[in-house]
Design a protein around this ligand. Structure first.
Ligand code: FES
Length: 573
């Protein structure tokens, strides 16, 4: 098939015989490129979130060269462009504070440069939604390359899962059951290679979401970061990006509301991170679609959890990959999917998974033998969360799914840190631990503080789970009976701000309810005395964030960023 180079976006920079284009061309010459390198070829940007402070992306320097090889193989002109890296392990208070900043950077970098298509290299939690949101708003052909999970961790003869086993063994250490040497061995063995967390945390969930949505090549989500397969995936992704540039395969040309339903179904079927809900709502907003918590609830009630993957199951991402990965999982859910949705591969989702095969029924369970028949993650509503809240019920102690207990309230994270292990804390195993001031505005940034630690005095008694409520998120690698994303958050005046120590709170997961047993007159009295904290910083990005971030049920995007840009092209200059 012959292509028309003048149809390329980059032609406006390099094609015309005018003084501006002369400048563009001459500066490429100054970099050592000749006409043959770029003329009449799609310019394919490799948006790379490599950083030495992002441990999960440490292989991206080399991997970008492999993407470059694929672009050259297909006749494109590769340009590597660094964008902000959001590494979960090093950033405080939370990468979520910066998700929208990276999304804005991706959108503007794509828009203002001579770019015909892009390979988005991300993986560590927020880099995935941020890059997808930015590419959708710029509406330039884009394909996502997930970083891939790291190898399984190892401690003596045990397999370790990042995040999940950190929390588990920390509890044992706090309870006095783990010596210094063993703790050090776990530190040495829990992260054994480049790549994202190898549990079904937020990174693996969002990579799976991206694949089910149609934003990656088939099988990309689970390919381990340091396998040779990942290098080949990178090369193939580069090759496909060139074709997408010629075909003008923009996000708006293939994503539909059904693509988002497919993504949400996949997230539920793998027992994925609760964070996926917030990110998918934000992604939908960029597409101009409304994805509501009610839609999430509808899908939750009919989607079985068939991926038996930690923290809510038994296996790790490498096992999921060996079992067939996302294509195999989706092949067992075709009645719940719209298989006509298009993907960046250029084929429909149905065609993409047509030959998928489940290799291991223990990891990807048959529909007749699911991990859970439905409702692995649930939406709750009630007088404490008028706009909703969520719980990953699959990762909770079944004995706590219906529970009523006395509130033990912490006003913010420092108060919780200072008080949770106080021997005099008035708490028992039936108490309901509450953290507020931890939402999108309060923390700020909506950090992953929702898995409150179990008080030490209860740990030594053998308690390993309690009902915990917060307006925070929780890491996808976390577990326990943690009710999250309570909306509106306390710092926005939500009812959570009015709860006092000793108030009775009841959750009923089968009924999808949360109830605060305080009468309306008392609530009105407390509200009349409520003084909300000033959470808007005087300057900088924090000010922009605080003035425009939306609540959890709306996806925490900035209110002015929903939808696509009026045109992907900059003005004529
Ligand atoms: Fe990067 Fe978990 S810390 S994916």
């Amino acid at each position: 098939m012959t292509h028309d180079p003048t149809s390329l976006r980059s032609h406006r920079w390099f094609g015309p015989d005018d003084v501006r284009s002369f400048g563009h061309r001459s500066r490429l010459k100054g970099m050592g490129f000749d006409d043959v390198d770029y003329q009449d070829r799609p310019v394919v940007a490799i948006l790379n979130t490599w950083s030495e402070l992002n441990t999960c992306h440490s292989h991206f320097r080399n991997r970008a060269d492999e993407v470059r090889r694929g672009i050259l193989q297909s006749g494109g002109f590769p340009v590597e462009v660094p964008v902000m890296s959001l590494g979960e392990m090093m950033m405080k208070p939370t990468t979520m504070l910066y998700r929208n900043l990276l999304a804005m950077e991706v959108e503007e970098v794509l828009r203002c440069h001579p770019i015909d298509s892009a390979v988005l290299m991300g993986g560590c939690d927020k880099t995935v939604p941020a890059m997808l949101m930015g590419a959708i708003s710029a509406d330039i052909p884009s394909i996502f390359l997930p970083a891939g999970p790291m190898l399984k961790g190892r401690f003596k003869n045990e397999t370790l899962g990042s995040g999940s086993d950190t929390w588990k063994y920390w509890d044992e250490r706090m309870a006095g059951n783990l010596c210094e040497h063993s703790w050090k061995c776990i530190e040495n063995g829990i992260a054994r290679s480049a790549g994202t967390c190898m549990t079904m945390g937020t990174a693996s969930t969002m990579a799976s979401v991206a694949e089910a949505m149609g934003f990656t090549l088939s099988g990309a989500a689970c390919t381990p970061a340091v396998f040779a397969d990942h290098s080949r995936l990178a090369v193939a992704t580069g090759r496909r990006a060139v074709e997408m540039a010629w075909d003008k395969f923009t996000p708006s040309s293939f994503l539909t509301p059904s693509s988002l339903d497919n993504a949400l179904t996949a997230a539920l079927a793998i027992g994925g991170s609760t964070n996926a809900i917030v990110h998918l709502i934000a992604i939908a907003g960029r597409l101009g679609f409304e994805l509501t918590l009610d839609r999430f609830d509808e899908l939750s009630r009919i989607t079985p959890v068939i991926g038996d993957i930690r923290p809510s199951g038994r296996y790790l991402m490498e096992d999921f990959y060996n079992a067939g990965g996302v294509p195999a999982l989706l092949s067992r859910l075709t009645d719940l999917l719209d298989t006509q949705c298009k993907t960046v591969s250029g084929v429909t989702l149905g065609e993409q998974i047509a030959n998928a095969e489940v290799i291991d029924d223990e990891v990807i369970r048959p529909r007749e033998n699911p991990v859970s028949p439905a409702g692995g993650t649930c939406l709750l509503r009630g007088n404490l969360a008028p706009q909703g809240c969520v719980i990953k019920s699959l990762a909770a102690d079944p004995k706590l799914l219906i529970h009523r207990g006395r509130a033990v309230v912490f006003d913010d994270y420092p108060a919780m840190k200072a008080g949770i292990h106080d021997p005099d804390l008035d708490v028992d195993a039936n108490s309901v631990l509450i953290l507020r001031g931890a939402g999108p505005l309060g923390a700020p940034g909506f950090p992953e503080w929702g898995m409150l630690p179990i008080p030490k005095k209860l740990l030594v008694q053998g308690v390993r789970d309690m009902v915990r409520l917060s307006d925070a998120r929780m890491s996808g690698t976390s577990y326990g009976t943690c009710v999250l994303h309570i909306s509106p958050e306390s710092s926005a005046g939500g009812p959570l701000a009015l709860v006092q120590n000793g108030d009775e709170i009841e959750i009923n997961i089968p009924e999808r309810t949360i109830h605060w047993h305080v009468d309306d007159a008392e609530i009105t009295r407390r509200r009349s005395e409520l003084k909300l904290p000033d959470v808007v910083p005087a300057r900088g990005y924090g000010r922009l964030y605080a003035k425009h971030v939306t609540q959890a049920d709306k996806g925490c995007d900035f209110d002015f960023l929903t939808g696509r840009s009026p045109g992907a092209e900059p003005g004529i200059y």
